[in-house]
Design a protein around this ligand. Structure first.
Ligand SMILES: [Zn+2]
Length: 266
């Protein structure tokens, strides 16, 4: 007799999802400009709830504004697109899942792996990556790290894709044709799901950052909802047999390596 498959928790046990308050009108992101010496080009990145521009300090104020207009426009467009994608799915009543702890995400990943690729997975961790990686697989240690912002209040189909993408890296470390063929065996619409998880990740990061900004502005009003704010120090939870929390050092290094969207100016 085969053992019954453990049930996968896919419901949303906390109905008070912050996404339910999603304004259909995408917010206009404020721009923070930082002047830096020894720079020849301007770079920009969406930092949660605002756009951060780093510009050469020798530029005149007028040129700083003129030269970065198209960069700001591109970043705002990208954010608006993500916001509209999320808004559309909320309105359509897409089932969202939340796995805010390793204790809930771990068993989900374990069952997903057992019923699909059956990779040798050592551990699952939750990180707080905001600006680059949604998840990552360390192929040497076989440890999978998933950003909190990809695991909470996201469509189940999109999270499933992300996890299978990471599991597939245990067979192919790169993003070759063979890699995508393997992912496609389990997620035929992986291109769509990839866009979906990126959009939700970005809007989740926005919400957390906006919440943090509100708190920092000392409006002394607790948030309406229990949203996972990135703690200054990683939280340590009791370990389970499958997984454990570790420090985010390795993860932060990965974030630091990422190059922001570049605008080249002569
Ligand atoms: Zn990948």
């Amino acid at each position: 007799m085969s053992e019954p498959t453990p049930s996968i928790e896919v419901g949303n046990p906390e109905p008070a999802s912050p996404l339910l308050w999603l304004d259909p009108t995408p917010p206009q992101l404020p721009v923070k400009m930082v002047a830096a010496d020894a720079r020849k080009t301007a770079t920009g990145q969406i930092k949660g709830d605002h756009i951060e521009l780093i510009v050469p300090s020798h530029w005149s104020n007028r040129f700083k504004v003129e030269a970065t207009a198209s960069l700001i426009n591109r970043l705002q467009k990208q954010f608006t697109k993500a916001w509209k994608t999320v808004s559309h799915h909320i309105n359509e009543g897409t089932c969202l899942v939340r796995y805010p702890t390793v204790a809930t995400l771990g068993p989900y990943v374990k069952t997903l792996n057992e019923t699909t690729m059956q990779q040798k997975l050592a551990r699952v961790r939750l990180g707080h990556a905001k600006f680059s990686r949604l998840a990552q697989m360390n192929c040497k240690t076989r440890v999978m790290t998933v950003s909190m912002f990809s695991a909470v209040d996201v469509p189940e189909t999109a999270l499933r894709y992300l996890l299978l993408h990471e599991l597939a890296h245990l067979t192919y470390a790169d993003h070759s044709k063979r890699f995508w063929a393997l992912v496609g065996q389990y997620v035929p619409d992986y291109k769509l799901q990839s866009k979906l998880i990126q959009a939700f990740h970005q809007v989740n990061v926005y919400h957390a950052a906006a919440c943090q900004t509100r708190l920092e502005n000392a409006q002394a009003r607790p948030p309406l909802f229990d949203y996972p704010l990135a703690p200054a120090q990683p939280t340590y939870l009791p370990t389970t047999d499958l997984d454990a929390w570790t420090t985010d050092d390795e993860w932060d290094e990965f974030e630091a390596e990422q190059e922001p969207l570049q605008l080249q100016l002569l």
